[in-house]
Design a protein around this ligand. Structure first.
Ligand SMILES: [Zn+2]
Length: 185
């Protein structure tokens, strides 16, 4: 907490306000450490909960704070920018480059409501990029002229925009598969 306040140098790490500061943990983390914590003012804190209506003018401050070197700050800015419905927010989001592990954190709000539903297999297990899956029934692959047999292992799957579909290679052909016919290997 002390260290967090020192890092923030007495100002809200999102908007720069100097009053009513508090430290919060950035989801999915619940513990407050130098890595997971963020110093925010009361105004920012009130808008951080996912249901809150965002005051776009207040968040113009993100145009500075989004370039922070502190992952917890960048993650929070990234999420807020995604919720803001303003052209400047969209273009700032496009300019931001998040290192892979920071992006993974930003996408993992721990609630599964980051705007994207998780991709689940037939048993409800979460599928991730690069997982291996097996087919639970024979599938006729349209256009490819073969049947992908039940039990076939598909390695290094790729997720798609649609949580009901993944991509993977079967018989050397990249095909789209329905997740309801798969289980994680
Ligand atoms: Zn603030």
């Amino acid at each position: 907490m002390q260290q967090l306040m020192e890092r923030a140098s007495g100002a809200c790490e999102l908007c720069g306000a100097a009053k009513n500061l508090t430290a919060v943990a950035v989801a999915p983390h619940t513990d407050l450490t130098l890595e997971t914590g963020l110093v925010v003012c009361a105004t920012c804190e009130g808008q951080l909960s996912t249901g809150a209506e965002l005051d776009a003018d207040h968040w113009k401050a993100l145009q500075d704070s989004a370039w922070s070197q502190v992952p917890a700050v960048v993650v929070t800015c990234w999420r807020l920018l995604g919720r803001l419905d303003a052209p400047w927010a969209t273009s700032l989001l496009e300019q931001l480059y998040l290192p892979e592990e920071v992006l993974a954190w930003a996408q993992d709000t721990g609630t599964g409501q980051a705007g994207e539903a998780p991709t689940l297999d037939s048993n409800g297990a979460v599928l991730s990029e690069g997982d291996s899956v097996t087919l639970i029934k024979d599938l006729n692959v349209k256009g490819a002229g073969f049947t992908a047999k039940r039990g076939t292992m598909v390695r290094r799957i790729r997720l798609t925009d649609d949580p009901a579909l993944i991509e993977g290679k079967v018989n050397g052909t990249q095909i789209v598969l329905k997740t309801c016919f798969l289980k994680r290997a």
